[in-house]
Design a protein around this ligand. Structure first.
Ligand SMILES: NC(=O)c1ccc[n+]([C@@H]2O[C@H](COP(=O)([O-])OP(=O)(O)OC[C@H]3O[C@@H](n4cnc5c(N)ncnc54)[C@H](OP(=O)(O)O)[C@@H]3O)[C@@H](O)[C@H]2O)c1
Length: 245
């Protein structure tokens, strides 16, 4: 068993669980942090037995910024890597009418992520090692009518991760931006997604694991998404604004 810990934030997500299991398979100990402690304790117990590692379920709320410094300070074993998976798609139409709904989407995907990542970045920078991975979204690559509140928060998060990567490079800390495209999870359960463009959480986990091993900067889970987004980003505005995307 390695004596190294990985911290998973938003550990109830299917992508997060699959990624935690991928690291557990390699013998890393796992902190699973999110709001649903009951579910997390079951998953922590499962990983402990199956992978013969140490695990711990921790309460973490991305929106409770004031709790973030103590949350990290209280970790008995500081992690060698962190994966930030929490996020919230929300309802675009509701967010257009109700600013508090919009703010919750922005704060969950952006403000909460910056709050906890700045704390962890400071520690990794001092220790001159570690990796940080953030799950952003292709929705942040270009604002679209169907999800621009969520997309703009993810755009902010992608820009944040880019700057963090630049800052931490000289300290030997790697920062990975993950743009999943479609993944079959509870977030997308109500959406009718094209099968060929939709990844399973285990496929996402494998790509994330390998990208971290190779110190990659940014990945799309299914490589075809890099091409799709290249086209979408370069569509001239006079054409783009007439589309129904
Ligand atoms: N699925 C996709 O197609 C897709 C595409 C692009 C990007 N993403 C991104 O991938 C990440 C994982 O998403 P997913 O698809 O696996 O969705 P998910 O199953 O809905 O997972 C999202 C997780 O975020 C957690 N979360 C939300 N608000 C939180 C808060 N205030 N504090 C702590 N945790 C909070 C949720 O915790 P609870 O269990 O406590 O609610 C949930 O476990 C998200 O960042 C999402 O934006 C997903």
């Amino acid at each position: 068993m390695k004596n190294e810990w990985i911290l998973i934030l938003g550990a109830g997500s299917a992508i997060a669980i699959a990624t935690a299991r991928r690291f557990a398979r390699e013998g890393y100990n796992i902190y699973l942090a999110s709001r649903n402690l009951e579910e997390l304790n079951i998953e922590a117990g499962h990983q402990k037995i199956k992978y013969k590692i140490n695990t711990k379920a921790l309460y973490f709320d991305a929106l409770d910024y004031d709790s973030h410094p103590a949350f990290y300070a209280d970790l008995e074993n500081k992690p060698v890597g962190v994966i930030l998976a929490f996020g919230m798609l929300g309802e675009q139409e509701e967010a257009q009418k109700n600013f508090s709904a919009a703010k919750k989407i922005i704060d969950t995907n952006y403000t909460g992520a910056v709050s906890i990542f700045e704390i962890i970045a400071g520690d990794f920078e001092d220790r001159k090692k570690g990796f940080m991975a953030g799950i952003s979204s292709v929705a942040g690559d270009r604002g679209r009518q169907s999800n621009y509140i969520y997309g703009s928060a993810k755009a902010g998060f992608s820009a944040y991760l880019s700057g963090l990567r630049h800052r931490l490079y000289k300290s030997g800390v790697s920062v990975l931006t993950v743009k999943p495209g479609f993944v079959d999870t509870k977030m997308t359960a109500k959406l009718d997604l094209p099968e060929k463009l939709t990844a399973k959480p285990e496929e996402a986990a494998e790509r994330i694991y390998k990208a971290i091993q190779k110190n990659k900067n940014t990945i799309y889970i299914k490589p075809v998404w890099a091409l799709i987004m290249l086209i979408i980003i370069h569509l001239p505005e006079f054409i783009f604004k007439k589309t129904k995307l």
